[in-house]
Design a protein around this ligand. Structure first.
Ligand code: C2E
Ligand code: MG
Ligand code: MG
Length: 238
């Protein structure tokens, strides 16, 4: 469908300043040509089967884009897509991933999934099983918006995530000056658990410097690029 498109936002290594992951973010082109951000329609789509169809399309389109880019001199580039609970719990996701990966010649390890904390509450045992099976396909698993849910710490023990993405509300400076304490602790904990850490919402270069000093190895945010069209992403990389 012509009215759906993906924007991509780069995730960078704070040590090498190289792009390591492109996160695919869904957009909808309104009839008047303007572009609606995901937040405007994802919640609504999540209440129906529409979300599964959207996610299947995203998976396929994002992997195809990554395959092209890897051939053009970015052999290590990975692509991350966001998935919703409905899709995980309905068995569609693992089926879709298997199908798309088997059709594509893309290297194992290219795909990452980002899941939010609210996701797995409904049926934790089943979700843990599905996530384990997805991981066995070589797919990376990131816990998105970390710190905003209700049982963040339990999630880390229970589910096979390899990366946590710290929610932007922890990354943005606060008037109480508690940012460094929380961030440092989250980073240390993640590392002790053998996970990598991505800070979301790094908006300025000083954010990036500070994050790096706290031991955070990856960041994503307006400081490094807003979500952009596939063409713009290609230009940025090349
Ligand atoms: P998310 O995965 O946590 O994505 C990050 C959101 O923060 C994006 O909003 C992005 O535009 C925004 N952002 C990035 N850097 C900065 C920054 O430096 N400052 C600020 N203030 N914001 C920043 P977006 O694209 O509107 O997406 C919102 C949410 O919608 C996503 O949160 C994700 O949970 C969901 N979403 C996006 N695409 C999809 C999709 O294809 N499928 C599903 N199921 N959910 C999606
Ligand atoms: Mg995300
Ligand atoms: Mg997030």
């Amino acid at each position: 469908d012509e009215s759906l498109l993906l924007h991509y936002q780069p995730q960078l290594s704070l040590t090498t300043r190289r792009v390591t992951v492109a996160e695919a973010l869904l957009r909808w082109r309104r009839p008047d040509g303007s572009i609606a951000p995901a937040a405007e329609f994802i919640a609504l789509a999540s209440q129906s089967d529409l979300i599964s169809q959207l996610n299947s399309w995203v998976l396929e389109a994002a992997l195809a884009a990554a395959a092209r880019q890897r051939l053009q001199g970015w052999p290590d580039l990975r692509v991350a897509i966001n998935v919703s609970s409905r899709q995980l719990l309905r068995h569609d996701l693992i089926h879709d991933i298997r199908t798309v990966l088997s059709r594509s010649s893309i290297a194992r390890g290219t795909l990452k999934l980002e899941l939010t904390e609210s996701l797995v509450m409904e049926n934790p045992e089943y979700a843990a099983q599905m996530l384990q099976r997805i991981r066995e396909l070589g797919v990376g698993l990131s816990l998105d918006d970390f710190g905003t849910g209700h049982s963040s710490l339990a999630y880390l023990q229970r589910f096979p995530f390899d990366t946590i993405k710290i929610d932007q509300s922890f990354v943005r400076p606060t008037s109480r000056g508690t940012r460094p304490v929380l961030l440092k602790s989250i980073v240390a904990m993640a590392h002790d658990l053998g996970m990598s850490v991505v800070a979301e919402g790094a908006e300025s270069d000083s954010d990036a410097v500070e994050l790096s000093q706290m031991g955070c190895e990856y960041a994503q945010g307006f400081a490094f690029g807003e979500p952009m069209s596939a063409d713009a992403a290609r230009r940025m990389l090349n």
